[in-house]
Design a protein around this ligand. Structure first.
Ligand SMILES: Cc1cc2nc3c(=O)[nH]c(=O)nc-3n(C[C@H](O)[C@H](O)[C@H](O)COP(=O)(O)OP(=O)(O)OC[C@H]3O[C@@H](n4cnc5c(N)ncnc54)[C@H](O)[C@@H]3O)c2cc1C
Length: 396
């Protein structure tokens, strides 16, 4: 059977689902091909183990699509404290210093993606193709044909949002540069003795960054601990009591004892960037299909949502308008790649500077951190950029 639509979106994780919803709201007919329907995940401590820090710019996109008002269990974080293993100085980033109530929100990933799916299912312009396996993609001057084991889809434009191991990217032979970070991330949820008070913590250990993100429950936080693969394996397999003790120690006991830990999951971490976000006039790659960042930035979903916002801003309402017209996406592709490249470079530099144990570099780092913590104007600008609200973020 052959289906036809203005746009086909392959992959409906957070980024693909938001893209499909946004396109449908603009009046485009959309076919969404996804391997599996998401389900709500809740661990032993009552919280999803996979959590994401969502920026105000991403929240604004969800609001624009009328999704934000239905988001449940969003935990605002109002301050971020950053410090390092060998340093004497730390940095505080406060929402109030840029006139905001919060820096962002910590969201349980499965709650957000299942909410987005409810909306996809209600949307009359969206056709969901669940469980279909992609067999081939044939773009030409007028249409793109998507061949799956269920249906064939003919569309004016194809959006690949099928994650880091994107089949769309592979099938079109798009080159992607992959850089191994030398880290695996250990992710879990912990209960701490002292309440987090909506503060996010990031400590740069010599072996890698450790992040603690506050949950809705005042004593639950999600942990993302980036570290060499052998340390991650050892910490996944050690007893719960031993893990809690090592974690509390690594956090300088900022939240007192770590009383319990949920299931510990380990993910290999690579950074990746495609050569082009627009490998054919009628094809776009967005989200993790186009680039993957080290999670120390907490930016993956936020950058994917920026891709979607820029796609929606660029598109006019359908009709005689061709969303795959030659040259239409060239500027988009250039800007999105430049921003990703800049952030990947920044993350690499951060990790190298903080992993260095050279005493002179340590001194310089401490002096720099101390200076920056007192340089309120520069710090406020850095916060705006990190929230996606600064002038650099808007220009790129
Ligand atoms: C430990 C960790 C912590 C993180 N923390 C943060 C954070 O705090 N903030 C943040 O912004 N980001 C964070 N990230 C990054 C973030 O999780 C990703 O950037 C984000 O999930 C990417 O979303 P996506 O929709 O592009 O891809 P995915 O979430 O990978 O979704 C891709 C979708 O495509 C589907 N799919 C795949 N292949 C096919 C196919 N052939 N046909 C049909 N469907 C297909 C999949 O089933 C999936 O639903 C973190 C990542 C890790 C590993």
């Amino acid at each position: 059977m052959a289906l036809s639509a203005d746009v086909a979106v392959v992959g409906a994780g957070l980024v693909g689902a938001v893209a499909a919803l946004g396109l449908a709201r603009k009046g485009y007919s959309v076919v969404v091909a996804e391997q599996r329907k998401p389900e709500i995940q809740r661990g032993r401590l009552g919280m999803d183990i996979r959590n994401i820090a969502l920026s105000p710019a991403s929240q604004a996109l969800l609001d624009r699509l009328d999704v934000w008002r239905s988001v449940s269990r969003a935990a605002p974080y109002k301050r971020m404290h950053v410090w390092e293993e060998r340093g004497t100085k730390g940095m505080d980033f406060r929402a109030t210093s840029v006139g905001r109530v919060e820096l962002g929100w910590i969201l349980e990933q499965s709650l957000l993606v299942t909410l987005l799916w409810q909306r996809l299912e209600e949307e009359p312009c969206i056709e969901l193709m669940l469980g279909a396996s992609l067999i081939g993609i044939r773009p030409d001057n007028h249409v793109v044909r998507l061949v799956t084991d269920q249906d064939e889809v003919e569309t004016k434009m194809l959006i690949g949002a099928d994650g880091a191991r994107s089949a769309v990217r592979e099938m079109l032979g798009v080159h992607a540069e992959v850089v191994d970070t030398g880290h695996h991330a250990l992710a879990s949820v912990v209960r701490t003795e002292v309440a987090h008070e909506n503060v996010a913590y990031q400590r740069f250990l010599l072996s890698g960054p450790l992040a603690l993100l506050p949950g809705v429950d005042p004593n639950l936080s999600s942990v993302v601990w980036s570290q060499p693969p052998e340390d991650a394996a050892r910490r996944r397999n050690m007893s719960e009591a031993q893990f809690c003790e090592e974690l509390a120690e690594s956090l300088d006991h900022r939240l007192g004892a770590v009383e319990a830990v949920d299931e510990r999951n380990v993910f290999p971490l690579q950074q990746m960037l495609v050569r082009s976000f627009n490998p054919h006039p009628r094809v776009l790659l967005i989200g993790d299909a186009a680039r993957v960042l080290h999670p120390l930035a907490g930016l993956g979903v936020n950058l994917g949502f920026e891709d979607v916002r820029d796609v929606l801003d660029q598109l006019h309402h359908p009709g005689s308008y061709d969303p795959g017209a030659d040259g239409l996406w060239r500027r988009f592709a250039r800007r999105r790649r430049a921003r990703s490249q800049m952030l990947i470079g920044l993350m690499t530099a951060f990790r190298r500077v903080y992993a260095a144990s050279d005493p002179l570099l340590q001194w310089a780092r401490n002096a720099g951190v101390g200076w920056l913590d007192n340089a309120t104007g520069i710090k406020a600008q850095l916060i705006r950029e990190a929230l996606g609200l600064g002038s650099v973020a808007e220009r790129l």
